[in-house]
Ligand binder design. Structure first.
Ligand SMILES: [Zn+2]
Length: 115
């Protein structure tokens, strides 16, 4: 594989390098994919083709059918996100389950089921 220069930079200002990364979304393994990785902060950018393929695969698996909009409520100082029963069932989580929250962008958060 030849070292291709990437003509644009990461949002942190670092240089991007073309490489292959192991891609996994919603527990689905997409294998090694072309990506551009920031040499400074390590952010990974997948190419449009890969993103489209992932979207298609996810739609086919009907995971998107579980997508819901929920309103945030409050409990004391904390904000509460209500998880609809069909999503809780899909994730096999219940009252007092432990999850880990990862903010992955300014408008995005991942919730990982721990136990
Ligand atoms: Zn960066």
């Amino acid at each position: 594989m030849n070292e291709e220069k990437v003509p644009y930079k990461c949002s942190c200002g670092g240089n991007l390098k073309k490489t292959k990364v192991e891609v996994e979304f919603f527990g689905i393994d997409f294998g090694l994919r072309d990506a551009e990785v920031c040499t400074v902060c390590g952010s990974e950018y997948l190419d449009q083709e890969t993103l489209k393929e992932i979207e298609k695969e996810i739609k086919e698996r009907k995971i998107f059918a579980l997508e819901r909009k929920v309103q945030i409520t409050r409990s004391g100082e904390s904000l509460v996100i209500r998880i609809p029963p069909e999503i809780a069932e899909f994730l096999n989580i219940h009252y007092k389950s432990l999850v880990q929250l990862f903010p992955v962008d300014k408008d995005r958060m991942e919730v990982k089921v721990v136990e």
